[in-house]
Design a protein around this ligand. Structure first.
Ligand SMILES: *Cc1c(COP(=O)(O)O)cnc(C)c1O
Length: 230
């Protein structure tokens, strides 16, 4: 089942990328494995998945350790797509390649501090709350220009881009304005950052709306149900 889903999803990603005038390899697929078993995660890796997303630290740690002990020749990349509490930053920097959910200077500073302790430069995204009523976390769009310089100045962090969670809607077209908004913020930020600070990653799009997200410029989509169900 996973393999068939993966094949179909890959084709849909490729088609959406071409519609956007981009190319399929410019869109990274993160398989969101929250709630799935270690066996399912292994099945995904065996099928060729290179990026795994989790939304809770503890669950991610269990799977990370299980996969580590399996000694795959290719190490998957681990993404934290859910909220991170400041007091868990220490554990998060140990396992995650990309933290999608940074939404305050305080959290960024703590990640920076913990990354420095283990000699790591932690890649992060800033989560933006594009729809005020729906998502609990993320910064307000107008806060981004204030937050970015402070976060970019941290030595053990690398801000790769922005992330948003669009509201749950019955029609993906209704999610499109939120993707457009994030792309606008991304483009504006890039006119204000230095060349070496430029943002490259736009993490937006889930099972119900990923094609619209790619058409609006997503470079990373986070898919759970489309891959693991149906
Ligand atoms: C669960 C989750 C996803 C995947 O959701 P699906 O609708 O199953 O594709 C993506 N991003 C975040 C932040 C999530 O929590």
């Amino acid at each position: 089942m996973f393999i068939e889903n993966y094949r179909e999803v890959s084709q849909r990603i490729a088609a959406a990328a071409r519609r956007a005038g981009s190319s399929p390899e410019k869109v990274t697929l993160v398989a969101v494995s929250k709630g799935r078993s270690v066996a399912e995660v292994k099945g995904a890796i065996d099928a060729g998945i290179a990026d795994l997303g989790e939304n809770r630290l503890q669950e991610a740690q269990l799977k990370y350790n299980a996969i580590l002990s399996t000694q795959y020749s290719i190490r998957p990349k681990w993404h934290l797509v859910g909220h991170l509490q400041t007091n868990k930053a220490k554990d998060a920097v140990r396992i995650f390649d990309l933290i999608h959910s940074v939404d305050s200077l305080r959290l960024a500073e703590e990640i920076d501090k913990q990354a420095a302790r283990i000699g790591k430069v932690q890649d992060i995204l800033i989560e933006v709350k594009t729809s005020p009523e729906e998502s609990k976390y993320g910064i307000a769009p107008q806060e981004l220009p204030k937050l970015l310089p402070g976060v970019c100045a941290l030595q053990h962090l690398r801000v790769k881009g922005l992330m948003t969670i669009a509201p749950l809607v019955d029609d993906p077209e209704k999610a499109r304005p939120y993707f457009k908004m994030l792309k606008g913020l991304f483009d504006t930020a890039n006119t204000q950052l230095t060349i070496d600070q430029r943002l490259s990653t736009l993490s937006m799009g889930m099972t119900d709306d990923f094609e619209a997200a790619i058409e609006e410029g997503a470079t990373m989509v986070r898919l759970g149900r489309a891959l693991f169900e149906g």
